[in-house]
Design a protein around this ligand. Structure first.
Ligand code: SF4
Ligand code: SF4
Length: 84
């Protein structure tokens, strides 16, 4: 599943540089995650790095983007420009 940022976000900008897929950016009101780029950090790290660093725990899994580990790995390979 991709992750998403809830409106509890305090715009601290700590998560954005931690994302290995450059999936996080400053949105209109709060920071946002591009679900097409978020792999839950699969392929890069054992745990979602944004969740690790967020001081207010406002990053949750998005049930609208249900994906298996295999699908996340395929997404990672696609983002890296490798054959899935
Ligand atoms: S889980 Fe990983 S890939 Fe997804 S937004 Fe957070 S840091 Fe980026
Ligand atoms: S680390 Fe958390 S509070 Fe800070 S910008 Fe990212 S989502 Fe928002």
């Amino acid at each position: 599943m991709a992750l998403y940022i809830t409106d509890e976000c305090i715009n601290c900008d700590v998560c954005e540089p931690e994302c290995p897929n450059e999936a996080i950016s400053q949105g209109e009101m709060i920071f946002v995650i591009n679900p097409h780029k978020c792999t839950e950090c699969v392929g890069h790290f054992a745990t979602p790095q944004c969740v690790e660093v967020c001081p207010v725990n406002c990053i949750e899994v998005d049930p609208n983007y249900a994906e298996t580990k295999e699908q996340l790995m395929d997404k990672y390979k696609e983002l890296m420009g490798e054959e899935a």
